[in-house]
Design a protein around this ligand. Sequence first.
Ligand SMILES: Cc1cc2nc3c(=O)[nH]c(=O)nc-3n(C[C@H](O)[C@H](O)[C@H](O)COP(=O)(O)O)c2cc1C
Length: 153
Amino acid sequence: MNKLFNPMKIRNLEVKNRIAVPPMVIYNRTDDTGYVTDIQVEHYRKIAQGGPGLIIQEATCVEKDGRLCDSQIGIWEDGQIEGLKRITNAVHETGTPIFVQIHHGGVFGFMEETVCPSDIECMVKGNMKIQSTHTYGIAPDSELICRCRRTGI
Ligand SMILES: Cc1cc2nc3c(=O)[nH]c(=O)nc-3n(C[C@H](O)[C@H](O)[C@H](O)COP(=O)(O)O)c2cc1C
């Protein structure tokens, strides 16, 4: 317990205590564009004001079709940067660092034909329906692959 409020280093990042807020999606706070809303900015500002050492932003989708539901934050197009920066700035104002959890729902994606690494059958929790998913060949010069290369993934 005595170490909980002590600073520590994560590589070259100094955190003021060992309390880290895990990524937690807040559903229904954005429309289906994936653009950050004022409510989300204020949500993260309030968490930061509570004084954690680190915040990890909720699962933030790298692909429109890779969302678990249509109201998740997106990071799949440049227009989304501004809103993401607003969250970062609101958190940084309190001196708290923030990471982002980049995310693709894979087989659990809510789209009818979601892109997954393998063609498997999946038991979807909740309504217990069996969902068959498909693998698609993704062209090496496709926009998705080029974007992944540019961002170093
Ligand atoms: C409302 C809610 C949203 C969550 N969203 C995410 C998420 O976006 N990404 C993730 O990896 N985990 C998510 N989780 C899991 C939490 O990060 C996890 O519950 C947290 O690490 C605490 O772990 P514990 O439940 O085992 O104590 C979510 C959990 C809740 C309750």
